[in-house]
Write a protein that binds this ligand. Structure first.
Ligand code: ATP
Length: 288
């Protein structure tokens, strides 16, 4: 066993999220462009036992319900202790739990010199959560399909800037999907390919115009005030704004770092917390 392994588990935004019909197993297929940002949890692993959490956001994540603990158990690697510094809002639509779980799978493989391939780790990750395979692959930007298990990394050298508007009222992903099931289908949006072209060529205006999330109407229906906050972010100068994943986090796209700072200042008071963040080239990475 090697010594301590430290990883950074990043939050993701869904720049584009299309939900398809419910599958016979009850899950939904999706087509999504995932984009990692530099808001991240720190995950540290060392010989020992148990999971400790240092919460820099509200919420408590109990013992075996922790996706990080479940990831460790799925590997049968209970001889490791995990310490997580939690900065990604819990149940915020930013994929924090899945990112932690993927970091644990990757970190445990290194710590214990396990011989599992990335594909095997990804398959195991899919049993823990639909977003885990994206984080196991580690690409900063990817096209994600199936129920989250088909991940194609995208070359995205451009750094985008965002203002992240956080509300500390968790929104359960399952509730948002149930609401989505009840709503009338939305008209077909522009294709994922258009977003992929914009994001991979650094076309900021294009990305802003093409932001799309099928789950947004469902999240808005469940959280009063969400639509008004999104509109306000746009009025503060964002080039586009969207609910991320199942919400309730809303992000606004900025032209650059100064513009992002200006938007954040204009929008202060609208959210429980605001972050100015940039794209991350990796969704999970090892740090020294
Ligand atoms: P997604 O966008 O992938 O649907 P999310 O960002 O909305 O996810 P998460 O923060 O990943 O939500 O957490 C979803 C649920 O998982 C919450 O109910 C939370 O209590 C639970 N959970 C378990 N372990 C963790 C963890 N390590 N970090 C965050 N949430 C966790």
């Amino acid at each position: 066993m090697t010594g301590t392994v430290r990883l950074r588990a990043h939050a993701k935004l869904n720049l584009y999220l299309r939900i398809h019909a419910t599958r016979p197993d009850g899950f939904h297929d999706l087509t999504s462009v995932f984009h990692a940002i530099d808001l991240a949890d720190d995950v540290e692993m060392a010989p020992g036992a148990g999971v400790t959490m240092s919460m820099e956001v509200p919420g408590e994540i109990e013992g075996t319900a922790n996706l990080a603990a479940r990831a460790l158990a799925s590997l049968g690697a209970e001889q490791l202790a995990i310490d997580i510094t939690k900065r990604i809002p819990v149940a915020g639509g930013l994929g924090g739990g899945s990112a932690d779980a993927a970091a644990v799978l990757l970190g445990a493989r290194d710590c214990l010199d396990m011989s599992m391939s990335d594909d095997e780790l990804s398959e195991l990750g899919a049993t823990i959560g639909s977003d885990v395979p994206f984080f196991v692959r580690g690409d900063g930007t990817a096209l994600v399909a199936g129920r989250g298990d088909r991940v194609t990394g995208l070359e995205c050298p451009h750094t985008f800037w965002f203002v992240i508007g956080v509300s500390f009222s968790p929104l359960a992903t399952g509730d948002v999907y149930s609401r989505w099931d009840e709503l009338d289908p939305a008209p077909a949006p522009a294709s994922a390919e258009a977003m992929i072209e914009a994001v991979t060529t650094g076309d900021v205006a294009g990305v802003g115009a093409l932001l799309y999330n099928d789950l947004e109407p469902a999240a808005v229906a469940l959280v009063p005030g969400l639509a008004a906050r999104k509109e306000a972010l746009q009025e503060c100068g964002a080039l586009g704004a969207l609910v991320s994943g199942s919400g309730p986090t809303i992000f606004g796209l900025a032209a650059g770092p100064e513009h992002a700072q200006e938007i954040a200042e204009a929008a202060s008071g609208l959210f429980d917390r605001l972050h100015v963040v940039a794209s991350s080239l990796r969704s999970v990475q090892r740090v020294r």
